[in-house]
Design a protein around this ligand. Structure first.
Ligand code: GYE
Length: 331
């Protein structure tokens, strides 16, 4: 009897072992795979706002790329306010997202919140605009354009265009959002080039906050103050230039003829204006950062090392090239 019982027990045990082994096998072969497929990477993204055509294209690119990459995107629009971005980043930290990405509306004032993300071990990616934090360990990478170079391209185009001009070249400048990286850098790059010749003078410079409405309003004020004495408008983005074009026309002047107009972004609206003969040139700044952001997010989560700076490759489009280029434009 005892023997039998032992025998029974051992059979029972063996069965249990078998079941356990089968379960272990199942765990080994199926569960990790399922876990991989099910555990979506969660990305918290804090966007600047919806101030321009560029920004809208950037948002679309990020949303579409997240979808394609199977990444869950928590998207937050800050309406051009830093305090909203800080709140959004704190919310992402509280939600324990895998990666935080954001396009900082202005350059300064991020250290505290970035330290909080670091303490929570959540990697941060800067897209489009940079921060001026001294501690670069607060973010993994910065991907986006070289705004100083964009300003230089605008300046070089102007210097070449006006090379035979003898008298003074009076320039008005519509700056982007005060304190933002593209406003600071585009001003700097442009000035660096034009200062080589004293005939170039920036006679007025004011922010138009990267919007059409503000661009128009500020251009009206410039026209009122300077009358017919403006030779060139340098706008830090296309939207402000498009707003200013309206103001110029309403003042009875011919945009791109009476006033040479240079802007940055090269969005579709700029191509339309160039084809209509109202804008002279647009320097390209690509908003299509979505795919490279998703690649970076996946690499970071996989523990790979990625470059500290991922730069966008860009071009410049004078009016004469607009009609041929327009059909190829993706934003
Ligand atoms: O040029 C402007 C937008 O940060 C590069 O922001 C971006 C700028 C872009 O509002 O149109």
């Amino acid at each position: 009897m005892p023997q039998d019982r032992t025998a029974l027990n051992s059979i029972a045990l063996n069965r249990r072992d078998l079941v356990a082994a089968a379960a272990a096998l199942a765990l080994g072969s199926v569960l990790p795979g399922q876990a991989f497929a099910q555990k979506k990477i969660v990305l918290g993204f804090s966007q600047v706002g919806a101030e321009s055509e560029w920004r809208t294209a950037n948002t679309e690119s990020i949303k579409a790329a997240a979808k394609d990459a199977g990444i869950e995107l928590k998207f937050s629009d800050a309406q051009q306010k830093q305090e909203n971005q800080i709140k959004a980043i704190r919310a992402f930290i509280a939600q324990k997202v895998d990666v935080i990405a954001f396009s900082p509306v202005v350059e300064s004032g991020w250290d505290n919140v970035l330290r909080e993300a670091k303490a929570a071990k959540i990697p941060v990616v800067l897209t489009d605009r940079a921060v001026n934090s001294k501690d670069t360990s607060l973010y993994v990478t910065f991907m986006g354009s070289d705004f100083v170079e964009e300003g230089r391209k605008a300046g070089r185009w102007l210097v070449d265009k006006m090379k035979d001009q003898k008298g003074e070249v009076r320039i008005v400048e519509l700056q982007g959002t005060v304190g933002s990286a593209p406003a600071i850098d585009r001003k700097k790059g442009f000035e660096e080039i034009i200062k080589a010749d004293p005939k170039f003078k920036i006679v007025r410079s004011q922010t138009g906050d990267f919007t059409r409405a503000k661009g128009k309003e500020v251009m009206e004020a410039f026209l009122k103050a300077e009358g017919k004495g403006i030779n060139v408008l340098y706008a830090h983005n296309d939207d402000m230039a498009i707003g200013a074009i309206q103001a110029i026309e309403e003042a009875g002047l011919k945009p791109a003829k009476d006033i040479t107009i240079i802007s940055i972004d090269a969005v579709k609206g700029a191509f339309e204006a160039m084809i209509a003969g109202k804008l002279n040139v647009s320097v390209e700044c690509s908003p299509l950062l979505g795919p490279q952001l998703m690649t970076a997010v996946k690499d970071i989560v996989a523990g790979k090392t990625i470059p500290k700076r991922i730069e966008t490759v860009e071009s410049i489009f004078p009016m004469e090239t607009a009609a041929a280029e327009f059909p190829k434009r993706k934003y």
